[in-house]
Design a protein around this ligand. Structure first.
Ligand code: TYC
Length: 122
């Protein structure tokens, strides 16, 4: 059985010539800087209506958008006064899930609350 002799130095690995050091048969590899665009983000926009109770909207914003009572109340009031407001910004799939969750909760509670997702800079 062949064993390594610990006292014998291992020979260096065979030299492979560099490919871009110049010379007649050299190959110059083109360098390209890779640029990756950040993903398009989506904002979940909640719409005002005349029937959904303010308290329900505040609870929904707290529950599905992770806002505390103060922030949720501010967002609800903005929607109430301006007709719409942004509850959060997410990747496309997460935003779509938030919309589904809000519409489902509103439907189950019998409220006409609506929200949509749209690309940021729409
Ligand atoms: N306008 C509603 C009311 O006066 C409250 C409300 C706020 C409804 C925000 C929807 O997205 C909404 N009861």
């Amino acid at each position: 059985m062949a064993t390594n002799n610990p006292f014998k130095p291992t020979p260096p690995p065979p030299q492979v010539p560099d490919r871009d050091v110049g010379g007649s048969d050299s190959v110059v590899l083109e360098r390209r800087t890779q640029r990756v665009e950040p993903p398009q983000m989506y904002q979940v926009v909640m719409l005002n209506d005349d029937y959904t109770p303010m308290e329900f909207v505040v609870v929904v914003i707290q529950e599905f958008f992770g806002k505390d009572l103060e922030a949720a109340t501010q967002i609800m009031l903005k929607i109430h006064l301006d007709g719409k407001g942004v509850c959060g910004v997410y990747s496309k799939d997460i935003a779509a899930t938030k919309v589904d969750q809000v519409l489902d909760a509103a439907h189950k509670a019998g409220h006409p609350l609506k929200c949509i997702s749209e690309p940021v800079d729409f």
